[in-house]
Design a protein around this ligand. Structure first.
Ligand SMILES: *Cc1c(COP(=O)(O)O)cnc(C)c1O
Length: 340
């Protein structure tokens, strides 16, 4: 029994999901003739009350497409210094869109309206890049699964409106936030211009992210996806997994959150742990005492068939998910309790 807590992307499709995949009706999605992809896109657009949706192979490609749709080369976007679009998308912001990032020092990956406002370059000052987009992340990955306060997002929207900026949400784990905060997806559809919703994280599908947005912005989305190499053919097999995930795997995210919280509470009580970040959803970030070597800790864990990931600077991360069973949870808590 290997307990793999490196990420919520390590899950295997469930028997029910495999059945949905096997029974999918498909067509060529580049011709927009795959009924299951079309159904998934309508499902997600309707769920958030947004005009249009487009299915992408990965969250990275969907975020990159959104940034391309919002910006012109030479412009600048504003994001937190821990943002996935800045840190973990291979420099795609500059590679794909020719755009730079103005980084804000937020709280656990979350920025405030005030910070955003003061980061906007004056539009008539032609020496500096023109600010055109704000991208937020909810929940935050590097910030430890932290959830935004919707009120703060609404304030950021107001700042964007006043300054003619687009507002994009990297919602790789948006469903975790909605479940944790008991929020309505429609409220997110109202406040953002574009949102990416990942199906292959906590929701447990093998692949896929849906980009949703307003008609005007989404006009060029098919072309941008094609340019990035994301036009796929009978991909309804994977869209069927996404539909299955949305039908069956949203409410259960609360179980992942509960287990993550139990792990965090136990870690807090252990002498080898220096600090545990506040745990709101399915990500636990913690730091070891200086006397405990990170490499040794990780290799000890790996000997006990537990996998975690290091985020650098002494920061360790673990993520609970669909394939982290109650039996694994019990065993893992025991391991942490007894570790010396
Ligand atoms: C995982 C993730 C993505 C998308 O990653 P892909 O592996 O390309 O699907 C985007 N943003 C955040 C915050 C993520 O955690």
């Amino acid at each position: 029994m290997i307990i793999d807590l490196r990420s919520d992307t390590v899950t295997q499709p469930t028997p029910g999901m495999l059945e949905a995949i096997a029974n999918a009706v498909t067509g060529d999605d580049v011709y927009k003739e795959d009924p299951t992809v079309n159904q998934l896109e309508k499902y997600v657009a309707d769920l958030f009350g947004m005009d249009q949706a487009l299915y992408f192979p990965t969250g990275t490609m969907a975020n990159q497409a959104a940034i391309k749709l919002h910006t012109q080369p030479g412009e600048q976007l504003i994001c937190d210094r821990w943002a996935h679009v800045y840190n973990y998308e291979g420099g795609g912001v500059s590679f794909n869109s020719g755009v730079s990032c103005k980084l804000l020092q937020g709280d656990r990956g979350m920025v405030t309206a005030k910070q955003v406002e003061s980061a906007i370059n004056p539009p008539d000052f032609y020496h500096s890049p023109q600010t055109s987009l704000v991208t937020l992340e909810n929940t935050t990955n590097k910030g430890g699964g932290a959830c935004y306060d919707l009120k703060e997002i609404e304030k950021i929207r107001t700042v964007c409106d006043k300054n003619g900026l687009g507002l994009h949400l990297d919602g790789a784990r948006l469903m975790n936030a909605l479940v944790a905060r008991n929020e309505d997806p429609g409220d997110y559809g109202l406040v953002f211009d574009t949102i990416t919703l990942c199906l292959s994280k906590g929701l447990g599908a093998p692949m896929g992210t849906v980009l949703i947005g307003k008609n005007k912005l989404m006009e060029g989305a098919m072309r941008v996806r094609k340019v990035l190499g994301g036009g796929m053919r009978q991909i309804g097999y994977m869209a069927a997994a996404g539909i299955y995930a949305l039908d069956n795997h949203i409410e259960r995210l609360a179980e992942d959150h509960q287990r993550a919280l139990e792990i965090a509470l136990l870690l807090k009580s252990r002498p080898y742990v220096k600090k545990v970040e506040e745990t709101e959803t399915n990500i636990v970030i913690f730091y070891l005492e200086d006397s405990v070597k990170e490499e040794k800790f990780l290799s000890d864990m790996s000997e006990m068939e537990v996998k975690l990931s290091s985020m650098g600077e002494g920061k360790l991360r673990l993520v609970t998910h669909l394939d982290y069973s109650p039996e694994m949870h019990e065993k893992f808590l025991g391991i942490l309790d007894n570790y010396k």
